[in-house]
Design a protein around this ligand. Structure first.
Ligand code: ZN
Ligand code: CA
Length: 304
Protein backbone atom coordinates (compact mmCIF):
# COMPACT_ATOMS: atom_id res chain seq x y z
CA UNK A 1 0.00 0.00 0.00
CA UNK A 2 2.85 2.35 0.87
CA UNK A 3 3.86 2.63 -2.76
CA UNK A 4 0.45 4.08 -3.69
CA UNK A 5 0.56 6.85 -1.12
CA UNK A 6 3.08 9.10 -2.97
CA UNK A 7 1.24 8.36 -6.18
CA UNK A 8 -2.00 9.40 -4.56
CA UNK A 9 -0.39 12.60 -3.31
CA UNK A 10 1.08 13.32 -6.72
CA UNK A 11 -2.31 12.87 -8.31
CA UNK A 12 -3.81 15.29 -5.82
CA UNK A 13 -1.12 17.88 -6.55
CA UNK A 14 -1.62 17.37 -10.27
CA UNK A 15 -5.35 17.97 -9.94
CA UNK A 16 -4.75 21.03 -7.78
CA UNK A 17 -2.41 22.55 -10.35
CA UNK A 18 -4.87 21.90 -13.15
CA UNK A 19 -7.91 23.48 -11.54
CA UNK A 20 -8.01 27.19 -10.89
CA UNK A 21 -6.87 28.28 -7.44
CA UNK A 22 -10.15 29.74 -6.23
CA UNK A 23 -13.36 27.83 -6.49
CA UNK A 24 -16.09 30.44 -6.42
CA UNK A 25 -19.33 29.37 -4.92
CA UNK A 26 -20.95 32.79 -4.89
CA UNK A 27 -23.18 33.10 -7.91
CA UNK A 28 -24.32 36.47 -9.11
CA UNK A 29 -28.05 36.32 -9.45
CA UNK A 30 -28.07 38.65 -12.43
CA UNK A 31 -28.10 36.80 -15.71
CA UNK A 32 -25.26 38.51 -17.53
CA UNK A 33 -23.69 36.29 -20.18
CA UNK A 34 -20.30 37.53 -18.90
CA UNK A 35 -20.81 36.15 -15.40
CA UNK A 36 -19.09 32.85 -16.22
CA UNK A 37 -15.82 34.81 -15.95
CA UNK A 38 -16.32 35.09 -12.18
CA UNK A 39 -15.93 31.33 -11.89
CA UNK A 40 -12.54 31.55 -13.58
CA UNK A 41 -11.02 34.04 -11.15
CA UNK A 42 -7.43 33.12 -10.36
CA UNK A 43 -6.84 31.27 -13.63
CA UNK A 44 -3.50 31.65 -15.35
CA UNK A 45 -1.33 29.94 -17.92
CA UNK A 46 -1.12 26.19 -17.35
CA UNK A 47 -4.60 25.85 -15.90
CA UNK A 48 -7.20 23.76 -17.60
CA UNK A 49 -10.67 24.47 -16.30
CA UNK A 50 -14.14 24.24 -17.71
CA UNK A 51 -15.11 27.65 -19.06
CA UNK A 52 -11.65 28.71 -20.28
CA UNK A 53 -12.85 28.18 -23.86
CA UNK A 54 -15.66 30.66 -23.19
CA UNK A 55 -13.06 33.14 -21.98
CA UNK A 56 -11.23 32.63 -25.29
CA UNK A 57 -14.44 33.26 -27.20
CA UNK A 58 -15.00 36.43 -25.16
CA UNK A 59 -11.52 37.72 -25.98
CA UNK A 60 -12.03 36.74 -29.61
CA UNK A 61 -15.34 38.62 -29.75
CA UNK A 62 -13.65 41.86 -28.73
CA UNK A 63 -10.65 41.37 -31.01
CA UNK A 64 -7.98 40.15 -28.57
CA UNK A 65 -7.67 36.59 -29.84
CA UNK A 66 -7.69 35.24 -33.36
CA UNK A 67 -10.07 32.39 -34.04
CA UNK A 68 -8.12 29.18 -34.54
CA UNK A 69 -8.26 25.53 -33.53
CA UNK A 70 -6.83 26.33 -30.08
CA UNK A 71 -9.90 28.31 -29.11
CA UNK A 72 -12.31 25.42 -28.65
CA UNK A 73 -10.58 23.91 -25.65
CA UNK A 74 -10.21 24.73 -21.97
CA UNK A 75 -6.42 25.01 -21.89
CA UNK A 76 -5.13 28.36 -20.62
CA UNK A 77 -2.30 28.57 -23.15
CA UNK A 78 0.32 31.20 -24.02
CA UNK A 79 -1.93 32.81 -26.66
CA UNK A 80 -4.65 33.32 -24.09
CA UNK A 81 -2.14 34.80 -21.67
CA UNK A 82 -0.95 37.36 -24.27
CA UNK A 83 -4.53 38.23 -25.15
CA UNK A 84 -5.38 38.71 -21.49
CA UNK A 85 -2.32 40.93 -20.94
CA UNK A 86 -3.33 43.07 -23.90
CA UNK A 87 -6.83 43.36 -22.46
CA UNK A 88 -5.38 44.38 -19.09
CA UNK A 89 -3.18 47.04 -20.72
CA UNK A 90 -6.13 48.44 -22.67
CA UNK A 91 -8.18 48.75 -19.50
CA UNK A 92 -5.40 50.26 -17.36
CA UNK A 93 -5.07 47.10 -15.29
CA UNK A 94 -1.83 45.48 -14.17
CA UNK A 95 -0.80 43.22 -17.10
CA UNK A 96 -0.38 40.13 -14.94
CA UNK A 97 -1.71 37.63 -17.47
CA UNK A 98 -3.68 36.17 -14.56
CA UNK A 99 -7.43 36.49 -14.32
CA UNK A 100 -7.25 38.47 -11.09
CA UNK A 101 -10.16 40.12 -9.28
CA UNK A 102 -9.71 43.54 -10.94
CA UNK A 103 -9.67 41.94 -14.38
CA UNK A 104 -12.76 39.87 -13.61
CA UNK A 105 -14.56 43.03 -12.45
CA UNK A 106 -13.75 44.83 -15.71
CA UNK A 107 -14.49 41.86 -17.97
CA UNK A 108 -17.90 41.21 -16.46
CA UNK A 109 -18.95 44.87 -16.81
CA UNK A 110 -21.62 45.49 -19.45
CA UNK A 111 -20.08 46.94 -22.57
CA UNK A 112 -20.36 47.99 -26.20
CA UNK A 113 -20.26 45.23 -28.80
CA UNK A 114 -17.73 47.00 -31.03
CA UNK A 115 -14.37 45.19 -30.68
CA UNK A 116 -11.43 47.00 -29.06
CA UNK A 117 -9.09 45.49 -31.62
CA UNK A 118 -10.28 45.49 -35.22
CA UNK A 119 -8.54 43.53 -37.98
CA UNK A 120 -5.65 42.89 -35.60
CA UNK A 121 -5.12 46.60 -35.05
CA UNK A 122 -5.11 47.50 -31.37
CA UNK A 123 -6.30 51.05 -31.56
CA UNK A 124 -6.58 51.43 -27.80
CA UNK A 125 -2.90 51.35 -26.96
CA UNK A 126 -1.31 54.74 -26.90
CA UNK A 127 1.79 53.82 -28.87
CA UNK A 128 -0.40 52.74 -31.74
CA UNK A 129 -2.15 56.07 -31.99
CA UNK A 130 -1.90 57.74 -35.36
CA UNK A 131 -1.76 61.15 -33.82
CA UNK A 132 0.75 60.48 -31.06
CA UNK A 133 3.55 62.37 -32.78
CA UNK A 134 1.43 65.48 -33.29
CA UNK A 135 0.60 65.80 -29.60
CA UNK A 136 2.70 67.66 -27.11
CA UNK A 137 4.43 65.40 -24.62
CA UNK A 138 2.26 66.87 -21.88
CA UNK A 139 -0.96 65.88 -23.57
CA UNK A 140 -1.88 62.25 -23.54
CA UNK A 141 -4.78 61.55 -25.87
CA UNK A 142 -6.60 58.26 -25.76
CA UNK A 143 -9.13 58.66 -28.54
CA UNK A 144 -8.90 56.22 -31.41
CA UNK A 145 -10.31 55.64 -34.87
CA UNK A 146 -11.30 52.60 -36.87
CA UNK A 147 -8.57 51.09 -39.07
CA UNK A 148 -7.96 53.30 -42.14
CA UNK A 149 -9.81 56.13 -40.40
CA UNK A 150 -13.19 55.90 -42.16
CA UNK A 151 -15.15 59.16 -41.84
CA UNK A 152 -18.02 61.03 -43.42
CA UNK A 153 -17.02 63.14 -46.42
CA UNK A 154 -16.38 66.79 -45.66
CA UNK A 155 -19.43 67.89 -47.64
CA UNK A 156 -21.63 65.69 -45.45
CA UNK A 157 -21.93 67.73 -42.27
CA UNK A 158 -25.70 67.42 -42.00
CA UNK A 159 -26.70 63.85 -41.22
CA UNK A 160 -30.23 62.51 -41.21
CA UNK A 161 -31.41 59.76 -38.88
CA UNK A 162 -34.53 57.70 -38.42
CA UNK A 163 -35.85 54.97 -36.15
CA UNK A 164 -37.20 51.60 -37.18
CA UNK A 165 -41.00 51.42 -36.84
CA UNK A 166 -42.43 51.01 -33.33
CA UNK A 167 -39.35 52.33 -31.51
CA UNK A 168 -40.31 53.34 -27.96
CA UNK A 169 -40.95 57.11 -27.81
CA UNK A 170 -38.69 57.71 -24.79
CA UNK A 171 -35.78 56.25 -26.75
CA UNK A 172 -36.43 58.70 -29.57
CA UNK A 173 -36.27 61.57 -27.07
CA UNK A 174 -33.06 60.20 -25.51
CA UNK A 175 -31.36 59.75 -28.89
CA UNK A 176 -32.48 63.20 -30.04
CA UNK A 177 -30.70 64.61 -26.98
CA UNK A 178 -27.60 62.52 -27.66
CA UNK A 179 -27.37 63.90 -31.20
CA UNK A 180 -27.78 67.43 -29.79
CA UNK A 181 -24.71 66.81 -27.61
CA UNK A 182 -22.57 65.89 -30.60
CA UNK A 183 -24.05 68.84 -32.50
CA UNK A 184 -22.65 71.20 -29.85
CA UNK A 185 -19.09 69.88 -30.00
CA UNK A 186 -18.61 68.92 -33.64
CA UNK A 187 -18.98 70.18 -37.19
CA UNK A 188 -22.06 67.98 -37.55
CA UNK A 189 -25.72 68.75 -37.29
CA UNK A 190 -28.39 66.08 -37.23
CA UNK A 191 -32.02 65.95 -38.21
CA UNK A 192 -34.63 63.24 -37.76
CA UNK A 193 -36.68 61.96 -40.66
CA UNK A 194 -39.69 59.65 -40.42
CA UNK A 195 -38.94 57.31 -43.32
CA UNK A 196 -36.15 55.98 -45.51
CA UNK A 197 -33.71 57.00 -46.81
CA UNK A 198 -31.54 58.36 -44.01
CA UNK A 199 -27.83 58.39 -43.24
CA UNK A 200 -28.34 56.73 -39.84
CA UNK A 201 -30.86 54.07 -38.75
CA UNK A 202 -31.55 53.29 -35.08
CA UNK A 203 -33.51 50.45 -33.54
CA UNK A 204 -33.88 47.89 -30.79
CA UNK A 205 -33.05 44.31 -31.69
CA UNK A 206 -32.75 40.98 -29.94
CA UNK A 207 -30.87 37.82 -30.84
CA UNK A 208 -30.09 37.34 -34.52
CA UNK A 209 -31.13 40.33 -36.52
CA UNK A 210 -29.01 40.04 -39.63
CA UNK A 211 -27.08 43.28 -39.21
CA UNK A 212 -23.98 42.62 -37.11
CA UNK A 213 -23.47 40.09 -34.32
CA UNK A 214 -26.59 38.79 -32.55
CA UNK A 215 -27.31 40.24 -29.13
CA UNK A 216 -26.84 38.19 -25.98
CA UNK A 217 -29.83 38.85 -23.71
CA UNK A 218 -29.78 40.90 -20.48
CA UNK A 219 -26.32 42.23 -19.53
CA UNK A 220 -23.16 41.61 -21.52
CA UNK A 221 -23.28 43.57 -24.76
CA UNK A 222 -25.65 46.53 -24.58
CA UNK A 223 -25.48 48.02 -28.05
CA UNK A 224 -23.31 48.37 -31.11
CA UNK A 225 -22.82 50.69 -34.05
CA UNK A 226 -20.81 50.72 -37.24
CA UNK A 227 -17.99 52.82 -38.64
CA UNK A 228 -18.74 55.55 -41.20
CA UNK A 229 -20.58 55.62 -43.47
CA UNK A 230 -22.67 52.58 -42.57
CA UNK A 231 -25.03 54.36 -40.19
CA UNK A 232 -26.43 51.41 -38.21
CA UNK A 233 -26.88 51.78 -34.46
CA UNK A 234 -28.60 48.97 -32.57
CA UNK A 235 -29.66 48.70 -28.95
CA UNK A 236 -30.01 45.25 -27.38
CA UNK A 237 -33.76 45.09 -26.75
CA UNK A 238 -33.24 42.71 -23.81
CA UNK A 239 -31.70 45.32 -21.50
CA UNK A 240 -33.44 47.32 -18.80
CA UNK A 241 -33.35 50.64 -20.68
CA UNK A 242 -34.09 53.76 -18.68
CA UNK A 243 -33.71 57.52 -18.80
CA UNK A 244 -31.19 58.88 -16.32
CA UNK A 245 -29.26 57.28 -13.47
CA UNK A 246 -31.72 54.60 -12.39
CA UNK A 247 -30.42 51.65 -10.32
CA UNK A 248 -30.01 48.48 -12.42
CA UNK A 249 -30.96 50.37 -15.55
CA UNK A 250 -28.91 51.55 -18.52
CA UNK A 251 -29.32 55.14 -19.61
CA UNK A 252 -30.39 55.26 -23.26
CA UNK A 253 -28.93 58.72 -23.83
CA UNK A 254 -25.48 57.78 -22.46
CA UNK A 255 -25.31 54.67 -24.62
CA UNK A 256 -26.54 56.66 -27.62
CA UNK A 257 -23.79 59.26 -27.19
CA UNK A 258 -21.23 56.42 -27.20
CA UNK A 259 -22.66 54.70 -30.26
CA UNK A 260 -22.98 57.98 -32.19
CA UNK A 261 -19.26 58.39 -31.51
CA UNK A 262 -18.73 55.17 -33.50
CA UNK A 263 -21.10 56.36 -36.26
CA UNK A 264 -18.92 59.47 -36.62
CA UNK A 265 -15.68 57.45 -36.71
CA UNK A 266 -14.38 57.14 -33.14
CA UNK A 267 -13.06 53.85 -31.78
CA UNK A 268 -12.76 52.91 -28.13
CA UNK A 269 -10.77 55.02 -25.70
CA UNK A 270 -8.64 53.84 -22.78
CA UNK A 271 -9.67 56.92 -20.90
CA UNK A 272 -12.33 56.01 -18.36
CA UNK A 273 -13.99 59.43 -18.38
CA UNK A 274 -14.28 59.46 -22.18
CA UNK A 275 -17.66 58.53 -23.54
CA UNK A 276 -15.79 56.15 -25.87
CA UNK A 277 -14.55 53.95 -22.97
CA UNK A 278 -15.98 50.52 -23.88
CA UNK A 279 -17.90 49.66 -20.72
CA UNK A 280 -20.61 51.38 -18.69
CA UNK A 281 -22.11 50.57 -15.31
CA UNK A 282 -25.82 50.39 -14.70
CA UNK A 283 -27.31 53.29 -12.79
CA UNK A 284 -24.91 55.85 -14.21
CA UNK A 285 -24.90 58.57 -16.84
CA UNK A 286 -22.04 60.11 -18.79
CA UNK A 287 -21.51 62.76 -21.41
CA UNK A 288 -18.99 63.70 -24.08
CA UNK A 289 -15.51 64.27 -22.66
CA UNK A 290 -12.59 66.37 -23.87
CA UNK A 291 -10.85 63.24 -25.22
CA UNK A 292 -13.91 62.54 -27.42
CA UNK A 293 -14.07 66.13 -28.68
CA UNK A 294 -10.34 66.09 -29.46
CA UNK A 295 -10.81 62.83 -31.35
CA UNK A 296 -13.59 64.07 -33.63
CA UNK A 297 -11.75 67.34 -34.31
CA UNK A 298 -8.62 65.37 -35.21
CA UNK A 299 -10.51 62.99 -37.50
CA UNK A 300 -12.21 65.85 -39.40
CA UNK A 301 -9.42 68.42 -39.18
CA UNK A 302 -8.91 68.35 -42.97
CA UNK A 303 -12.50 69.49 -43.47
CA UNK A 304 -13.06 73.25 -43.83
ZN1 ZN B 1 -18.28 51.14 -28.46
CA1 CA C 1 -27.03 42.18 -23.77
Amino acid sequence: MAIFKPLYLLTLIFIFVLICPIAHSIIDLSKSPFNFIENLQGCHQGNSTQGVNKLKLYLQEFGYLKYDNQIDNDVFDANLESALKLYQENFNLRPTGTLDAATVAQMTAPRCGVPDIIDGENTMLEHNHYHASSKSIHTVAHYTFFPNRPRWPCNKARLSYRFIPNTRPDAITAVDQAFQQWDIYTRFSFFRVSSAPSDIVIGFYSGNHGDGAPFDGPGGVLAHAFAPTNGWFHYDAAENWVNGAVPNGFDMKTVAIHEIGHLLGLGHSQYQSAIMFPSISSGTTKGIGQDDIDGIRDLYRACP
